[in-house]
Ligand binder design. Structure first.
Ligand code: MCN
Ligand code: CUM
Length: 798
């Protein structure tokens, strides 16, 4: 695209020593992070700044009879106490969710989940605000709650959203995809069918930094500046303007350093709106920062899908059709973060890496008295659930047919020559070589050895069983294209703006916002590659809507596929302009100027000694620019991807299951990933390690739980378990490179692959350890008690 030399050569990934593609450049941002000079939202202190504390409901479902704010107002240092009534006066009582629902900013009439926002206390400091919040007296009339999607859809379930006209039950929507008739017909006639029920439990993204903001209304300029924990500053600016009525050019969103997002910082939360409203009303800056439990209990959760999976196959293991039915718990509001046209996200990629004749999926979503959400958590919009479904089902089928799970995968993989491949649910895979990745993973994992060891332990009736799990997943990342993907109507393109300075260094501004992924390094590497400049001489800016080009933000591993593409294209535009300056400087005709990617020089054709770098050209652009051309050396690109990218990988997990305690130990953990051309192998490795840790958390311990009264019983880090270094094994990572044919530098995203791909590999491994006794499934999180119960169910317990 836009490039005569076709981009970097995937075979030559050693780099040129300037910090371009394929070099493990050390992260530029780490100097400030490891020396304590990061600048997070909570580091921001402004003169006369006030603090906001939110009063939350102890009940999951309750009508509010009255709110008494008088005693709170009497606390010395409390400046204001806001309720829904106060917000209504400014037309801010409700806010739109990302799925066209309307959520109370502060509860007006009825509480719909525990810890929902009821009132806000604004005070001189945080402690006073908290004291004030304790003095707000709310008279609740407690109602019966309903916490699971299944119960919510029972005929006699209490109606949660009674404020909505035409809402007679807790049903939100039905969705389906694929060819039902064709799929059903194959199931009728197939030699073998298997079915399994599985839950993908509710998870919490758990970034180190909770959500928060500092809102600062400047009455002189009539402009609001909001420092916000945002994964999508521009989209949030547009939404902020729409909600508040403040014109968009008078809204500035700044995402400073962000301490992890993982999907949690995609939605807009009531606290942001309250702080902004308070700042406008009080004409002082207002900070709101969640506590840990508030973050766990109320901000966007992930997953919570109850799934049935079915496969139809031949006796020799050719999968013919897949069918799935899902019950989705969306919480009290439909606040799922997905591209608008995809109510179930990209769940429809549930045919995975396999060439299957027919597929059909259906889903029902329900309101419950639990916190709203359905954000991704390191998963590209429900791909995690889809991958879990298909990769678990392949294992179930292998068990039924007594076939090796690697063998059955090989038999069904989409073959390299079938790409671009259109799946039965209408998805267009760009490229893949699944068998190659699986072969490498099996070699690295010493697969045959562990199969023998597994057999030996069974024969010896050993105390510890071996299980081997595989997952050969396909991800889909990089939304747009704008024609199919949008967030609240805004098309999902992305952007880059490159300015080369007279002294030969450059600033790149991008529309995406890093939360720890290392963009300040990797995006500079793309420019270094394309312009032959040294990576040290390129700085990357992001997260300030006053200066950066409009973009849709970082999530769904879209930064590399979309903003990375924009960066490469913008750099090529700069190079095109530099070429005419090169001709001028080298006193040759422009047609005779050639670009040499390897050396990073322009030179005169046939005279390689007459050469010049873009760094050298920069001065010419400002001090000696060719007659008839604009001075300066800059370019902007807004990139609407033609398609998404489809990274993939094969993970193999070997576990040892203790028959006495149900404890699971990781013997071996191999991850082979393919994200196309690689920008920074070290950053990729870091992404994969982090994502695998989150996959282990998912499979083994994480779960947001509720009791029957709707109390969140997994609402702090004593009860919501995160893996620590103690639970994380040594990962062995490998890679293959299958470039994306439509991406300017052949790259695909990678940030979410490990979290998407690993949970089924881990569950498959634990199931595999007991499969000889008949186990086909163990629910996540596979805590020791659950594993022990599964062992006992088939008589393997000690
Ligand atoms: N990369 C690369 N070569 C490739 C692909 C990616 O070098 N072929 C690099 C990129 O340049 C980038 C990193 O890997 O520095 C991740 O890139 P990408 O896959 O494009 O994903 P994003 O940058 O869009 O990051 C989003 C993704 C998501 S959606 C979640 S959730 C997640 C994740 O990244 N959240 C994270 N990784 C995280 N890592 C940290 N530290 N913190 C988070 O909140
Ligand atoms: Cu998939 S969670 Mo991320 O999209 O921020």
């Amino acid at each position: 695209q836009h490039d005569e030399d076709g981009g970097p050569d995937p075979e030559k990934h050693c780099g040129h020593g300037r910090g371009g593609m394929g070099e493990s450049v050390r992260r530029k941002e780490d100097k400030r992070f490891i020396t304590g000079r990061g600048n997070y939202v909570d580091d921001i202190k402004k003169p006369k700044m006030l603090h906001c504390e939110i009063v939350r409901s102890p009940h999951a479902h309750a009508r509010i009879n009255s709110i008494d704010t008088e005693r709170a107002m009497q606390v010395d240092g409390v400046v204001a106490v806001l309720t829904a009534e106060d917000l209504a006066a400014h037309d801010l009582a409700t806010m739109p969710t990302l799925m066209d629902d309307t959520q109370d900013v502060l509860v007006n009439d009825k509480v719909k989940f525990q810890s929902q926002e009821v009132a806000a206390v604004i005070a001189e400091d945080r402690y006073i605000a908290k004291d004030g919040a304790e003095k707000v007296a709310v008279d609740y009339e407690v109602l019966d709650p309903v916490v699971t999607a299944k119960d919510a859809l029972e005929a006699d379930a209490p109606l949660i959203r009674d404020e909505l006209e035409d809402q007679e039950d807790n049903h939100i929507f039905d969705w389906d995809v694929g060819d039902k008739e064709a799929t059903d017909a194959i199931f009728e006639e197939s030699e073998v069918t298997v079915k399994e029920q599985m839950e993908y439990q509710r998870l919490h993204p758990a970034p180190i930094e909770t959500c928060g903001c500092v809102a600062d209304w400047d009455p002189g300029k009539e402009k609001i500046t909001v420092h916000l924990t945002s994964q999508a500053p521009h989209a949030h600016r547009t939404l902020f303007s729409m909600v508040s009525g403040i014109p968009e050019h008078k809204v500035r969103i700044v995402s400073p350093d962000i301490g992890g997002g993982f999907g949690n910082k995609v939605p807009i939360y009531p606290g942001y709106v309250v702080a902004a409203a308070a700042s406008v009303v009080l004409e002082r800056p207002v900070k709101w920062m969640e506590e840990r439990s508030e973050n766990i209990q109320t901000t966007g959760f992930a997953r919570d899908y109850d799934m049935t999976g079915e496969l139809a196959a031949t006796k020799d293991g050719k999968i013919r059709a897949v069918r799935t039915d899902v019950l989705a718990n969306h919480g009290a509001y439909n606040a799922v973060a997905q591209p608008s046209k995809f109510p179930a996200g990209f769940f429809n990629i549930f045919t995975g890496s396999y060439d299957i004749e027919a597929a059909y999926g259906s889903l029902t979503a329900a309101f419950t008295n639990t916190a709203p959400g359905g954000v991704a958590y390191r998963c590209s919009f429900r791909v995690t659930e889809a991958v879990y479904l298909i990769e678990r089902m392949v294992k179930v089928l292998a068990h039924e047919l007594d076939m090796d799970p690697a063998e059955i995968r090989r038999k069904n993989f989409i073959q390299p020559e079938q790409f671009p491949y259109e799946s039965p649910t209408g998805w267009n895979y760009d490229s893949g070589d699944y068998e190659k990745a699986l072969d490498l993973a099996m070699e690295m994992a010493d697969y045959d050895h562990y199969r023998e060891e597994q057999q030996r332990r069974i024969e010896e009736d050993a105390d510890k069983l071996i299980g081997i799990g595989i997952s050969s997943f396909t991800e889909v990342v990089g939304a747009g294209p704008g024609k199919t993907c949008d967030i609240a109507g805004i098309e999902m393109f992305d952007s880059a703006d490159i300015r080369v300075n007279p002294t030969g260094n450059a600033v790149l501004r991008v529309g995406v916002q890093t939360q720890g992924q290392g963009h300040e390094t990797t995006f500079a590497q793309i420019v270094a590659e394309e312009l032959g400049m040294d990576v040290e001489n390129i700085s990357v800016e992001h997260g300030d809507t006053d200066t950066d080009p409009y973009g849709l933000g970082t999530y769904g591993s879209r930064s590399t596929p979309v903003a990375g593409a924009a960066t490469a294209v913008a750099a090529r535009k700069v190079r095109d302009k530099a070429k005419s300056i090169a001709a001028n400087e080298l006193e040759a005709a422009e047609e005779d100027i050639e670009w040499d990617r390897e050396s990073g020089h322009f030179h005169v054709a046939g005279a390689p000694d007459r050469s010049i770098t873009i760094t050298e050209i920069a001065a010419g652009a400002y001090m000696n620019h060719p007659a008839g051309e604009e001075p300066g050396l800059e370019a902007v690109d807004y990139y609407d991807p033609p398609e998404m990218t489809y990274p993939f990988g094969s993970y193999i997990v070997v576990v040892e299951v203790d028959r006495e305690t149900g404890a699971v130990d990781f013997e071996k953990f191999v991850a082979v990933d393919d994200c196309g051309n690689r920008i920074n192998p070290m950053v990729i490795e870091g992404q994969i390690h982090g994502g695998l840790a989150q996959g282990i958390g998912t499979a083994m311990m994480e779960h947001v739980t509720y009791d029957e009264n709707g109390n969140c019983t997994g609402g702090d880090f004593m009860n919501y378990l995160l893996p620590t270094s103690m639970e994380i094994p040594n990962f062995e990572t490998g890679y293959t490179v299958t470039p994306s044919p439509h991406h300017p530098i052949g790259a695909k995203g990678v940030g979410e692959s490990p979290t998407v791909g690993s949970p089924p590999a881990i569950v498959n491994a634990v199931v595999d350890a007991m499969a000889h006794a008949g186990t086909t499934h163990v629910e996540m999180p596979m805590t020791p008690d659950r594993v022990w119960a599964a062992l006992a169910e088939v008589g393997l317990e000690r």
